[in-house]
Design a protein around this ligand. Structure first.
Ligand SMILES: Cc1cc2nc3c(=O)[nH]c(=O)nc-3n(C[C@H](O)[C@H](O)[C@H](O)COP(=O)(O)O)c2cc1C
Length: 157
């Protein structure tokens, strides 16, 4: 993943270095601009077993602000927002690697430095008894649950 580039950012931003689970780092530029979740849409993506994106739908592309060609093959951590605690994703991975379904509220980072909240359901895709990848389907979260998640995640960080 590349560092984010100031020329892509809309509005005033702050720079942070994100450290990923695998030890890699990336410079991210974040603004306070929220993109509201589109009414009536599902945001869908699929990954391989390592979390690299293999498919995504139109709503995913539109909300992320990236071109499809910039998304496919990238780690899902491309959308990681610095306000998300690492423990939330540790829980996600532990759950789906055990073959179970994970639900949670996620704040995602857009290419333009803004963010959007989702309520995500992540499931393992199983073929012939083997996990061959994962699917995430995201819905519009209630505002109250988002407010609760903001507090919970701020306390975890
Ligand atoms: C199907 C699937 C969907 C995911 N969706 C997101 C997402 O929308 N945003 C996000 O930050 N991480 C998402 N993740 C988690 C990332 O793979 C990653 O664990 C997370 O961004 C934290 O980065 P790190 O584990 O490299 O530290 C998803 C994982 C899977 C398997």
């Amino acid at each position: 993943m590349h560092d984010m580039s100031p020329s892509d950012i809309q509005g005033d931003y702050q720079e942070t270095t994100l450290k990923y689970f695998d030890g890699n780092q990336r410079k991210v530029l974040v603004t306070d601009i929220e993109t509201p979740y589109p009414e009536g849409k599902l945001i869908v993506s699929r990954t391989d077993t390592k979390g690299n994106i293999t498919h995504c739908n139109r709503s995913f592309i539109d909300m992320s602000g990236y071109e499809e060609s910039e998304i496919i093959g990238q780690p899902h951590a491309l959308l990681r927002h610095p306000d998300m605690p690492a423990a939330a994703f540790e829980d996600l991975w532990k759950t789906v690697q055990a073959g179970d379904k994970w639900h949670g509220y996620v704040k995602n980072l857009r290419k333009d430095g803004g963010y959007y909240w989702v309520y995500a359901t992540v499931i393992p895709n199983i073929r012939k008894g083997q996990v061959i990848g994962y699917t995430s389907v995201r819905r519009k979260p209630s505002r109250q649950k988002v407010e609760e998640a903001i507090t919970t995640y701020a306390n975890m960080n």
